[in-house]
Design a protein around this ligand. Structure first.
Ligand code: FES
Length: 147
């Protein structure tokens, strides 16, 4: 489990992936607590600026979890989200933040165990990568001001 030093934002759709999160909770599945869930009507609502803003606002990692491919309630929302996540990963790589800090997952409503496993896997990756350079720079600036 995480030591709570990192901060992960998880965008879910209100249908399958949020229901999977809810099921994980009902089943008392354990996953790291340093994850904040933002529920949207569909992952197709997540655009590149939202993902980048999450990093600017302190996220060390961002997950996007939508319905299984072919099961989006709005037809192609999860495919659009996957393409946007891929573009943002490229942007993160190009600015030195590491594109592995953003990832797309797909879940059905009945996959509470998978939800917990995916969150655990992703948070472990982010913990291994450490705080994002944005957060490290912010912490250093605050410490410099306080000194
Ligand atoms: Fe779940 Fe579109 S409604 S990803």
């Amino acid at each position: 489990m995480s030591d709570l030093t990192t901060n992960v934002i998880l965008f879910t759709c209100q249908w399958c992936s949020y229901a999977a999160a809810d099921l994980a909770g009902s089943e008392r599945r354990r996953y790291p607590a340093n994850t904040s869930i933002l529920r949207l009507p569909c992952t197709g609502r997540v655009e590149e600026p939202h993902l980048l803003k999450a990093f600017e606002n302190g996220a060390d990692g961002v997950m996007v979890a939508g319905c299984l491919e072919g099961n989006c309630h709005y037809q192609t929302g999860n495919f659009r989200a996957r393409a946007r996540v891929k573009r943002v990963a490229g942007i993160l790589d190009s600015i030195g933040l590491n594109g592995r800090r953003v990832r797309m997952y797909n879940l059905s409503a009945g996959q509470g165990a998978n939800f917990a496993a995916f969150v655990t896997e992703f948070v472990e990756l982010i913990d291994n990568l450490g705080r994002s350079p944005i957060n490290l720079a912010r912490t250093n600036a605050l410490e410099h001001q306080a000194a």
